[in-house]
Design a binder for this molecule. Structure first.
Ligand SMILES: Nc1ncnc2c1ncn2[C@@H]1O[C@H](COP(=O)(O)OP(=O)(O)OP(=O)(O)O)[C@@H](O)[C@H]1O
Ligand SMILES: [Mg+2]
Length: 506
């Protein structure tokens, strides 16, 4: 086994909603090896989604070992490790034993709907928007932490005594990689912290007043660090002994970084479980008046943070999974392309996949999945086509909101994620947008972003321009439909969305 040059490779850990991946990347920005394991999705009640943090940590160790093994590398051959992760999902654990006190509550989970309504009071979802950039919603982390403290016996008292730690998945992994109970460091990065509803966007520090109002003791929270810089070294008994963790980014920010969208005015959309459009807005956080989130895009150690506007769409690829798992009309996700391609259009059918309410730009927890426009003519092919159009039309809505908020007009949209492998879908997206849609050669942008962040901080790459030099066009999809067609589809979509509202609550 070769040990490789100490500066020769970077390892990225991509802990996602459905699976955990590890990638070994070389200095040319090429993926050398990958390993991936799925974890179990727990749905204890309608609208509840949980993961087992111990399973996630075990899977992380496994994929690190597999990716390194396949590359013929020992951990000591790595220049640095980067971590990227599903965002907002929270873990609360006992610092002394390292045991989680509850399963992780996942970003899609809607159990805090009533709690959020109560906490919002007369200001509703906008209560903390100015300071945090976020709506007070089931999506963000703080209400989930509060729920655990309210429902696990003794948890609140233990949290107040400083015995419990709370964090997003990145901090759970960093704590475990650096040694866990007795050794682990409790740190997070500014992009993940910006999704909690507990961080002041302007100062990038925890806001004690908000934490107090939401009932989350600050003693539980990790230290916030720049995304690109030192987080700690792998513990000697762990999977990356002695290797420095030099980059941590939430998955969508990592995808923006991996797409090398470093400049203000550049955007990307990642189509995975959900879809997340991020528009780099540069040094200034832009407040949204059209239902978008203001978030940190990345921060290099010693530099000011770079901000982004985000359109978070809860369900896109997950609708394709639903066609597969719940309706059984396809066998594999990729089969949706052939089925949808067997018809010319959607036959008038629209699916609003509001499985966990609607996120951007509507923020309606009371919305539920809706299929409209059915006739005796419609069949599974139209449903497949409508599923692809749902992803495309939701993306159009958030790009419209971005234009309204910033006046910026995109020239093209960079795309990635599992669903971006589907050529028919990207043609549909270009038609609905009226803009070119561009897929890079390397679609592992989330993991690449974590690798780039860590390698940049470790000096494996000298600057952002070098990273930009790694980006290559894979395919370009040009719009073929006219404005009139687009307007008609948008109008129908708005009608369909209005039918999906008001299905929960009093
Ligand atoms: N060819 C395809 N056409 C349409 N959708 C697809 C296709 N291939 C995969 N998908 C969808 O893409 C999603 C998986 O994409 P990806 O692996 O990027 O997910 P992800 O959200 O990053 O997962 P994680 O959150 O675990 O990181 C699934 O929801 C799947 O239904
Ligand atoms: Mg992912």
């Amino acid at each position: 086994m070769s040990t490789g040059a100490a500066e020769g490779h970077v390892l990225a850990i991509d802990q996602g909603t459905t699976s955990t991946r590890a990638l070994v990347v070389d200095l040319g920005g090429r993926v050398v090896t990958t390993a991936q394991v799925e974890h179990r999705q727990h749905f204890p009640r309608p609208g509840w989604v949980e993961h087992d943090p111990d399973e996630i940590w075990a899977n992380t160790r496994q994929v690190i070992a597999e990716a390194l093994g396949a590359a013929g590398l020992v951990p000591g051959a790595l220049a640095a490790v980067g971590v990227t992760n599903q965002r907002e999902t929270v873990v609360v654990w006992d610092r002394r034993t390292g045991r989680p006190v509850h399963r992780a509550i996942v970003w899609q989970d809607t159990r805090t709907e009533d709690l959020c309504r109560e906490l919002g009071g007369p200001d509703g979802a906008d209560r903390y928007r100015k300071r945090t950039g976020l709506p007070l919603s089931t999506y963000v982390s703080a209400p989930k932490i509060r729920w655990i403290l309210d429902h696990v016996g003794g948890a609140r008292a233990a949290a107040e005594r400083g015995e419990l730690a709370a964090g997003t998945i990145d901090s759970w992994l960093v704590w475990n990689l650096t040694g866990g109970a007795g050794h682990g460091v409790h740190r997070t990065d500014v992009t993940n912290a910006s999704r909690t509803l507990l961080m002041d966007l302007a100062t990038t520090r925890w806001d004690a007043a908000i934490a107090g109002e939401l009932g989350v003791p600050t003693a539980m929270l990790p230290e916030i660090r720049p995304s690109i810089g030192a987080f700690g070294r792998g513990h000697r008994d762990g999977p990356i002994p002695g290797v420095p963790i030099m980059g941590v980014l939430g998955d969508q920010q990592a995808a923006l970084f991996g797409q090398t969208r470093f400049a203000a005015g550049e955007a990307k959309n990642t189509y995975g479980t959900g879809s997340f459009v991020l528009l780099n807005t540069g040094a200034e956080p832009v407040a949204s008046e059209h239902g978008l989130i203001t978030t940190v895009a990345y921060q290099r150690s010693g530099h000011a943070p770079v901000y982004a506007l985000e359109g978070s769409i809860a369900v896109t690829g997950a609708l394709v999974q639903w066609l597969r798992d719940n309706l059984g009309i396809i066998e594999r996700a990729a089969d949706v392309e052939e089925l949808a391609g067997a018809v010319e259009d959607n036959g008038g059918v629209y699916i609003v996949p509001a499985f966990s309410g609607l996120f951007a730009p509507h923020w309606r927890p009371d919305a539920r999945g809706t299929i409209v426009g059915l006739t005796r003519y419609a069949d599974r092919r139209h449903l497949a086509r409508a599923a692809l159009e749902a992803a495309a039309l939701q993306t159009c809505e958030v790009l419209d909101a971005m234009r309204s908020d910033t006046g910026m007009r995109l020239r093209e949209l960079q795309v990635d994620g599992g669903m971006a492998a589907n050529d028919l879908f990207l043609r549909i997206q270009a038609d609905h947008l009226g803009l070119p849609v561009v897929r890079p050669e390397n679609v592992e942008t989330t993991a690449m972003g974590a690798a780039y962040a860590a390698g940049l901080a470790a000096g494996a790459w000298p600057d952002l321009d070098t990273l930009r030099g790694h980006w290559r066009t894979g395919a370009r999809f040009l719009p073929e439909k006219d404005e009139r067609w687009r307007r008609g589809r948008r109008r129908a979509w708005q009608e369909a969305v209005s039918r999906s509202l008001n299905w929960t609550g009093e």
